[in-house]
Design a protein. Structure first.
Length: 155
């Protein structure tokens, strides 16, 4: 349980032997950050059989142990990694069936397009092929050769 914060002052000139002669106990409701003089609501204190007694209020009941949730296949299917893998599997195993169900003209056109795309993409120059990362990070430009380069007419 969580209890209301209290300030308990014990004062007196007793002998300290626990018999309660000359002792005084006062209890106030308080909050963290209050100044020492700000005491708040005073609680009623009484002595019963040599023991000081006052009311303590319960604010809330705390849960220290949580019930473990069970396994749910739906939560597994909500995982993005599982979703991507599932879509990939559907494409890998479903594409042959889609190709078989295509009409022959469309299939021939598709295969022709694949052949032409693979030929042209293999010969295309990669712009990052001659990229020098170390020179770029150092702030220097590309290396220039000693041979003169023809630039045309300059004025």
């Amino acid at each position: 349980h969580a209890f209301a914060p209290l300030r308990v002052d014990v004062s007196g000139t007793g002998a300290g032997d626990g018999n309660g002669v000359g002792e005084k106990v006062q209890v106030w409701g308080t909050f963290r950050g209050n100044e020492w003089g700000n005491k708040g609501e005073e609680y009623a204190v009484r002595k019963v059989g040599g023991v000081w007694v006052w009311e303590v209020r319960v604010i809330a009941e705390k849960e220290y142990f949580f019930e473990r949730s069970g396994f749910s296949p739906l939560s597994l299917l909500k995982n993005p990694m599982i979703l991507i893998a599932g879509v990939s599997m559907i494409i890998v195993f479903g594409m042959p069936y889609l190709m078989d169900s295509m009409d022959p003209e469309m299939r021939a056109e598709f295969e022709e397009r694949q052949k032409s795309t693979s030929i042209t993409s293999g010969t295309a120059a990669n712009p990052l092929q001659n990229f020098d990362a170390a020179a770029w990070l150092a702030g220097s430009g590309p290396k220039r050769s000693d041979t003169p380069v023809e630039k045309g007419i300059t004025r």
